[in-house]
Write a protein of this length. Structure first.
Length: 447
């Protein structure tokens, strides 16, 4: 008698296992793998489940690896990476997602057969039943963070490190940015309520609404028409750091995917804004974002390396420059848990050198009296506090303008929000004014 066809639930778990295998064992991007895998599933509920399993398994991978090390009689072989990924997916369903054990267990065991591992289905069944029966062994919140990064965070934020590590285990809320040019925030919140979605406001943010549980964009009324966008609250605060006058000439130097440029234009549609990005595919997303929000005519987009000024600048100085610099992304681990897998200690020196080069290159494009806002989604001093302090030390006419405490903890010349504070991502902000006066630097002491 032929074997019964695998259930749709088994197919879904198999997709999740393949995503996890690619991310964990092949160094692939979670975002890219989900982008390729989810269209395989017709039902939005199955797509949401794959996403939830993938995020939960990555956030709590250290906990589940500890259990597997204790419970497997022998270490998995080189060809068993897909099996390990499936076990992680199964443990995530039982532990983090708190799914009914019978459903999670049955579908995950069947997924072993979908993956061509029928001979290991009994092992999957035994491990998951043990997890159901005994629970998972406890692990410290920092176990998922590589040692080099734990040391840096404890050094940079000794009083907050424990909270930073713990926040990395938690799912992030879904922040919305209401397009004030098309709809009032309270009116949009009422529209959400009529669809059964209750949204909260945040006093720090004029355009934001927060959903505690993420939903597909198709569930957001008016999304396709440009009434609303998805953007974390920390990223929305950039517009508050960069208050602009009508007709100001503005550069968004690393613009993709376009959320910050769009927010600036929603606030002040008469800006003369140039959205620049080095990556042509990512720049296409900027254009798509601006078109959806009906802002396409208000901005110019251009491909170019922001540090290669002659290649893209026409010589007309900008009133304001936004440099949302490439960084370690250590402030958004809740949203991108694979950062902890892929980021290496040596990356920080490379990133800080790039940030420094961008600051130095962009400064001459700013008019006297203009303002440069430097931001990152990092929580590391080397990329933030120290980076801006070094720039100020070496740059004539660069003067920091202090930001209020609404932007987070005092961090040298800037402000740092840590992950989870006000339910937002980790983010750094610094506002630098170009004065007409040259600084008087002290003479060097060669004694």
């Amino acid at each position: 008698m032929p074997s019964p066809s695998p259930s749709l639930g088994a197919q879904t778990r198999a997709v999740a296992a393949r995503v996890l295998d690619a991310v964990i064992h092949q160094g692939r991007s979670l975002k890219a793998e989900l982008g390729a895998a989810l269209p395989q599933l017709a039902d939005s509920r199955d797509r949401a489940l794959v996403e939830a399993i993938s995020f939960a398994a990555l956030r709590r991978q250290a906990r589940y690896r500890t259990a597997l090390q204790r419970w497997l009689q022998k270490p998995p072989g080189r060809r068993d990476s897909e099996l390990v990924a499936l076990l992680l997916a199964g443990l995530a369903q039982i532990d983090a997602l708190q799914m009914p054990a019978h459903a999670a267990l049955s579908a995950t065991v069947d997924a072993a057969r979908v993956l061509g591992r029928a001979h290991q289905a009994g092992l999957v069944n035994a491990i998951l039943r043990r997890a159901q029966r005994e629970g998972l062994p406890p692990t410290d919140a920092d176990a998922a963070w590589p040692e080099w990064l734990r040391r840096r965070i404890r050094h940079d934020w000794p009083e907050h490190a424990g909270t930073v590590f713990a926040e990395g285990l938690n799912p992030a809320p879904m922040w919305l940015r209401v397009n004030r040019r098309q709809v009032a925030r309270d009116d949009y919140a009422a529209r959400l309520a009529r669809t059964g979605l209750e949204a909260a406001t945040e006093p720090l943010l004029a355009d934001a609404l927060r959903l505690d549980t993420a939903v597909p964009v198709s569930a957001l009324p008016g999304f396709a028409e440009g009434d609303v966008s998805i953007q974390d609250g920390s990223a929305q605060q950039v517009a508050d750091a960069l208050v602009l006058q009508p007709r100001a000439r503005v550069l968004d130097a690393c613009a993709a995917p376009g959320g910050k440029a769009a927010h600036l234009l929603e606030r002040e549609p008469d800006l003369r804004l140039l959205a620049l990005d080095v990556d042509a595919q990512r720049l296409a997303k900027v254009r798509g974002t601006l078109e959806r929000l009906k802002l396409g005519r208000n901005a110019q987009t251009r491909q170019g390396d922001a540090s290669d000024i002659p290649a893209w600048w026409d010589g007309e100085a900008f009133d304001a420059v936004l440099l949302d610099a490439p960084c370690s992304a250590t402030g958004i681990v809740r949203r991108q848990p694979d950062v902890l897998l892929h980021r290496k200690a040596g990356d920080i020196a490379t990133l800080t050198a790039l940030q420094s080069r961008l600051l130095d290159a962009l400064w001459p494009t700013l008019r006297p009296g203009g303002v440069l806002v430097y931001t990152t989604c990092s929580i590391l001093d080397a990329e933030n506090r120290a980076q801006v302090a070094a720039f100020l030390d070496r740059t004539a006419a660069a003067v920091v303008e202090p930001l209020p405490s609404d932007f987070g903890h005092a961090a040298g010349p800037g402000r740092q929000r840590l992950p989870g504070e006000q339910d937002m991502d980790g983010f750094f902000y610094a506002r630098i004014r170009k004065t007409d006066e040259q600084k008087n630097f002290p003479a060097s002491d060669n004694s």
